[in-house]
Write a protein that binds this ligand. Structure first.
Ligand code: FAD
Ligand code: DHB
Length: 392
C-alpha cells in the first residue's frame, strides 16, 4: 500500500488530521489497534475550547456538536461550601466553551471518513515504524494474521501516550519533561440530570471534586483519590456519599442516579521536545499529557493537527518544508501554556498527601484572590476558554 501520510492512531488527533488532510486533497491511511466499538465508547474528555469549536465548525464536523453540545459561558469555583462564578463572557470578550463528549467527536469523524470511503483500519497489531529518518518511511502492522506495509512520505504519530510512535525515535533525540502527581481521578458517568447548570470545580479538605455533564440527562462527576486506588474499593454508594460530602453547599443538593460507567485515571504532566524526528511528526497525547483539571488535552490534540495539516498541505503542494520545520516550535508554545495552566489548576484545587496547614492556607488565599480580582479571574478565564497569543 502507498499513501502520502500514514496516521497511527484513531483518537481525536489522528481522525481530525485525516479529515483536515482529505479536505486539502492529501491522501492518508489511518490505522488503529482497537475496535471501532471501543474507540467510539471510550469515555474521556468533555470540554471543547472556543478555538476547537471554531475549527470543527469551519471544517464541516460541527453540525451535531452545534445541536447537542452544551455551550457554557462560565464555571463555578466552590470552596468553603460557597460558589464563585468565573464569567467567561465578560472576562474574555464573549468567548465560551462547549461540553461535548470526546467519543461523540470521534463518532462524527469516523462517520465522515467511512462515508467518504477513505481508509481507516481497526484492530491492527504489532505496529512498527521504519526508516523514519529517510524520505521513504513506512509503517507495518499485522491484520487478519498477515503483515501489511504502508509506504508513505510522512508518518503522523497520533497514537496517544502509550503508543509506539514516540518510542520509535532513537534514544537521546528527545528531551522529556515530566511530573507525576500523587493522586488520580475517579470518574463516573451517571444517568441523572446534572445538579448544576455549570461545571463546579470544588476544593475540599477531603480532596477535589468536579461536577460536569454530557447532556441534560447524563452527569459526569470526578473525585480525587489516592494514586494507587483500585476501582473495586469504590462501590457506587461510596462514590455518591463522597461526592455529597465534598460538594456540600447550603441550599443545594446533589441528585444521584444509576452509574453507567466508572474508572480511575492517573494524573501526569509530560512533554517531549521536539515533536518531530525526520519524517515522523508526533501530535496530541503521543507528545504531551496534561492533568485533566484544566480540560486541555483534547484541545491541544486538535490544535497540533490543525497546525500539522496546514504544514503538510503546503509541503505536498509546493515541496516547501518551512512550516513542517517550524511545526514543533509552533505547537510547543501553546503546549507549555496549557502545561502551566493545568499544573496551576491542579495545584490550587487538590489536596496533596504531604500538605500541611500552611499549604492549605496558601491554596485558599489563591482561590479567594482568583475569584475576587478581575485580573486573576481573567487569567483563569482566558486560559480556560483557550489562550490565543497576541504575537505570532
Ligand atoms: P488518544 O485519544 O489516546 O488516541 C490515541 C489512539 O491511538 C487510541 O485510539 C489508541 O487506541 C491508538 N493507539 C495506541 N497505540 C497504537 C498503535 N501502536 N497503533 C495504532 N493505534 C494505536 N481533554 C480535554 O481537552 N478536555 C477534558 O475535559 C478532558 N478530560 C479528560 C478526562 C479524563 C478522565 C481523561 C483520561 C482525559 C481527559 N482529557 C481531556 C484528555 C483527552 O482525553 C486526551 O488528551 C485526548 O484523548 C488526546 O487525543 P489523542 O488523539 O492524542 O490520543
Ligand atoms: C470534564 C473533564 C475535565 O477534565 C474537566 O476539567 C472538565 C470537564 C468532563 O469530562 O466533562
Amino acid at each position: 500500500m502507498r499513501t502520502q501520510v500514514a496516521i497511527v492512531g484513531a483518537g481525536p488527533a489522528g481522525l481530525m488530521l485525516a479529515h483536515l488532510l482529505s479536505r486539502e486533497g492529501v491522501d492518508s491511511i489511518v490505522i488503529e489497534t482497537r475496535t471501532r466499538e471501543y474507540v467510539e465508547h471510550r469515555v474521556r474528555a468533555g470540554v471543547l475550547e472556543q478555538g476547537s469549536v471554531d475549527l470543527l465548525d469551519a471544517t464541516g464536523v460541527g453540525e451535531r456538536m452545534r445541536r447537542e453540545g452544551l455551550v457554557h459561558r462560565g464555571i463555578q469555583l466552590r470552596f468553603g461550601g460557597v460558589d464563585h462564578r468565573i464569567d467567561f463572557g465578560s472576562l474574555t470578550g464573549g468567548r465560551a466553551i462547549t461540553v461535548y463528549g470526546q467519543q461523540e467527536l470521534v463518532k462524527d469523524l469516523i462517520a465522515i471518513r467511512l462515508a467518504a470511503d477513505l481508509p481507516l483500519v481497526f484492530e491492527v497489531g504489532d505496529v512498527q515504524l521504519h526508516d523514519i529518518d529517510s524520505e521513504h518511511p513506512s509503517v507495518s502492522y499485522m491484520v487478519h494474521g498477515s503483515r501489511t506495509t504502508i509506504e508513505c512520505d510522512v508518518i503522523a504519530g497520533c497514537d496517544g501516550f502509550h503508543g509506539v510512535s514516540r518510542d520509535s525515535v532513537p534514544a537521546g533525540v528527545l528531551t522529556t519533561y515530566e511530573r507525576v502527581y500523587p493522586f488520580a481521578w475517579l470518574g463516573i458517568l451517571a444517568a441523572v440530570a446534572p445538579s448544576s447548570e455549570e461545571l463546579i470545580y470544588c476544593y475540599h479538605a477531603r480532596g477535589f471534586a468536579l461536577l460536569s455533564m454530557r447532556s441534560p440527562s447524563v452527569s459526569r462527576l470526578y473525585l480525587q483519590v489516592p494514586a494507587d486506588e483500585r476501582i473495586d474499593e469504590w462501590p457506587d454508594t461510596r462514590i455518591w456519599e463522597e461526592l455529597r460530602t465534598r460538594l456540600a453547599s447550603d441550599d443545594w443538593s446533589l441528585t444521584e442516579g444509576p452509574v453507567i460507567e466508572k474508572g480511575i485515571s492517573a494524573m501526569r504532566s509530560f512533554v517531549v521536545e521536539p515533536m518531530q524526528f525526520g519524517r515522523l511528526f508526533l501530535s496530541g497525547d503521543a507528545a504531551h499529557i496534561v492533568p485533566p483539571t484544566g480540560a486541555k488535552g483534547m484541545n491541544l490534540a486538535l490544535r497540533d493537527v490543525s497546525i500539522l495539516a496546514e504544514a503538510l498541505t503546503v509541503f505536498f503542494t509546493t515541496g516547501d518544508t518551512q512550516l513542517l520545520d517550524e511545526y514543533s516550535a509552533h505547537c510547543l508554545r501553546r503546549v507549555w501554556r496549557a502545561q502551566h495552566f493545568s499544573w496551576w489548576m491542579t495545584s490550587m484545587l487538590h489536596r496533596f498527601p504531604d500538605s500541611d496547614a500552611y499549604q492549605t492556607q496558601l491554596q485558599l488565599a489563591q482561590l479567594a484572590y482568583t475569584v475576587d480580582s478581575r485580573a486573576a479571574a481573567t487569567s483563569l478565564a482566558e486560559n480556560y476558554v483557550g489562550y490565543e497569543w497576541a504575537t505570532t
